[in-house]
Write a protein that binds this ligand. Structure first.
Ligand SMILES: Cc1cc2nc3c(=O)[nH]c(=O)nc-3n(C[C@H](O)[C@H](O)[C@H](O)COP(=O)(O)O)c2cc1C
Length: 202
């Protein structure tokens, strides 16, 4: 049976320029080759511009959640996320994290009672997805233990994946892309090779 694949594209510099997108695109091409019947839905967050929570929309959102009424279009992104079989998130490393469009998207998607629920034993994930992979590229070098601590985007998405009940979390990162003396094209190509290998197993 065909699976629903959700591709969350937060590559804000655009498809022509973004190195992260190039890696994600190679991953998707290989995935499609191996799983031709699966349905891939791309969310281009740079176009969708998901709305973040603010004074004008928070109360309405909270009132629906308290009533457990998720019929409003406000919850469409969350419902789509919850029902995906596999999730791919592509986002560059920005300010130790990722672009605000992805943060806003996640605010829309992580809804108590829909994406996860609270229980006396702690939170329980309600998402259907079996796998989530995070694809990123980074200007600096985060390979030392000290710098790896600052790889906040990775920790953030891993924690959110657990919260949603998605058991298999993985990532692909290409680093040192903006350090003088490093060959960015070579690093991206190596990253693409990694992505192709991982796509075969995804
Ligand atoms: C707004 C912005 C913030 C960035 N923040 C960081 C950062 O905190 N650490 C870092 O090592 N590189 C940072 N970078 C560099 C990017 O991580 C790097 O260029 C990455 O490859 C960009 O991915 P892209 O080509 O897919 O857009 C930043 C770049 C931009 C444009």
């Amino acid at each position: 049976m065909s699976k629903q694949i959700l591709f969350i594209n937060a590559c804000i510099r655009g498809k022509e320029i973004s190195r992260t997108y190039k890696v994600a695109n190679a991953f998707l091409d290989e995935y499609k080759k191996n799983n031709p019947d699966d349905i891939i839905t791309e969310l281009e967050l740079g176009n969708i511009k998901p709305e973040y929570m603010h004074y004008d929309n928070y109360e309405e959102n909270d009132a629906y959640i308290k009533k457990r009424d998720f019929s409003s279009p406000m919850f469409d992104l969350a419902k789509q996320f919850v029902s995906a079989d596999k999730i791919i998130i592509a986002a560059p490393f920005w300010q130790f994290s990722f672009p605000a469009a992805l943060t806003s998207y996640l605010e829309n998607v992580y809804v108590a009672g829909l994406t996860f629920r609270y229980s006396p034993e702690g939170s329980i994930g309600l998402c259907k997805a079996e796998k989530l992979i995070f694809i990123t590229t980074i200007g600096g070098d985060y390979s030392s233990p000290e710098m790896f601590e600052k790889f906040i985007s990775l920790k953030h998405l891993k924690a959110l994946s657990e919260l949603a009940g998605i058991k298999n979390f993985d990532y692909i990162s290409g680093e040192c892309l903006d350090i003088v003396g490093y060959d960015a094209n070579k690093i991206v190509n190596e990253c693409i090779e990694k992505a192709i290998k991982k796509a075969k197993l995804f």
